[in-house]
Design a protein around this ligand. Structure first.
Ligand code: SAH
Length: 354
């Protein structure tokens, strides 16, 4: 039994069942035993690998889209460049290196990173040591400047709630004890709200609906800022336009496992419901675009060919494999999607379509 498992069992046996979102939050961010609190968890030697860790091309191409959006919005002279959940800081490093091609942009830029884990913050401090950066534990009240924001695999780490449909009512799932083991339970009273009411049309008895209220709130904060002061958000994650069913998953050493098996030792995520992110933002949004198509539109093939010129042997092989992994429909190309948010009066950013 992990330390966190016994803490959770004690807590539930004294206080009763807890909401699923509290369970996920404690698994990821318990101050001592939380998964993200303990140490770097991703990369080839970690539990999962993210796109920026696969190839520098990922951040480089997003940098081009950001730069063009900045130019399209009149090259404002004071802007905020922000990232939600920067992990090891690799994507921001790739973006900033690329943007050195346009010093005017960098001169205008204040860099802000939103990171809940102190451990990861210190990794980011090392990766980005040459830059002046402000860190925040949660989405801050930014100054009244254009906001250019990116998030890769951030929203999938925010705790979801699940609701089970029984007849025409939805009941919130909880975490309870069954024979002294952690197990799913259900609240006795149904939950009634507008979003769930709307889901009566596309679900049936026995279906599960997931709601991520934390994600919806952050998207509203981003959208409000962009509507008022301009800018762009590029949100990339695995998921779809609307979530249907139980998508909660735990991963350890690149393998799926049960969410109850080793709390604090495994990553827990859920598919992102992009419809909620888009509709809650209140600003203009692009069509949901697959990662593969986005990177193709931004020129990954050209960039890959250029980088390949200086590579040979094993390095060339892994570069080709990385290109395929990011874009191919059987790898990350279709599962991962990208959404951009921008002001109603601004053009849709490169790589996306309205
Ligand atoms: N974007 C990175 C890391 C993805 S992992 C990459 O693509 O490699 C998720 C990241 O979000 C981690 O840095 C994690 O610590 C951070 N995170 C998760 N939940 C958070 C929250 N509620 N507030 C701030 N950061 C959070």
């Amino acid at each position: 039994m992990t330390n966190l498992q016994s803490i959770l069992i004690d807590k539930i046996s004294t206080k009763g069942p807890m909401p699923l979102s509290d369970y996920i939050h404690l698994c990821l961010f318990h101050p001592i035993y939380g998964y993200y609190v303990k140490g770097p968890v991703f990369g080839l030697d970690g539990d999962f690998t993210t796109a920026p860790e696969i190839s520098q091309m990922f951040g480089e191409l997003l940098a081009i889209s950001i730069l063009q959006a900045w130019i399209d919005q009149g090259s404002p002279s004071k802007i905020i460049l922000a990232e939600l959940g920067p992990g090891k800081g690799t994507m921001m490093a790739d973006i900033l290196r690329t943007l050195k091609i346009h010093p005017e942009f960098l001169k205008a830029t204040e860099i802000h990173l939103i990171e809940a884990s102190s451990n990861l913050r210190s990794v980011q401090e090392k990766t980005l040591s040459e830059f002046d950066i402000s860190w925040h534990k949660e989405f801050p009240d930014f100054e009244e400047k254009h906001l250019f924001l990116i998030a890769n695999e951030f929203f999938d780490a925010l705790p979801v709630e699940q609701f089970l449909r029984k007849g025409n009512k939805f009941f919130k799932r909880t975490i309870q004890l069954l024979n002294d083991n952690l197990a799913y339970g259900l609240e006795k009273k149904p939950t009634i709200n507008e979003i769930l009411k709307n889901r009566l049309t596309d679900t049936s008895d026995g279906d599960i609906v997931e709601l991520n209220t934390a994600a919806a709130q952050i998207s509203k904060n981003i959208g409000d800022h962009i509507s008022n002061f301009g800018g762009l958000a590029i949100l990339i994650d695995y998921g779809d336009w609307r979530s249907l069913g139980d998508t909660l998953q735990a991963i350890k050493s690149h393998e799926y496992c049960d969410i109850f098996v080793a709390p604090g030792e495994v990553d827990i995520t859920a598919h992102v419901d992009f419809e909620i992110l888009a509709s809650n933002s209140g600003c203009a949004f692009s069509k949901l675009t697959t990662q593969g198509v986005l990177l193709e539109r931004l020129g990954i093939t050209e960039r890959a060919k250029n980088l390949a010129k200086n590579l040979s042997g094993k390095d060339l092989e892994s570069h080709i494999a990385a290109h395929r992994r990011l874009t191919h429909p059987n790898e990350m190309g279709s599962l991962f999607k990208a959404l951009s948010l921008f002001p109603k009066q601004a053009p849709c950013p490169p790589g996306f379509q309205k």
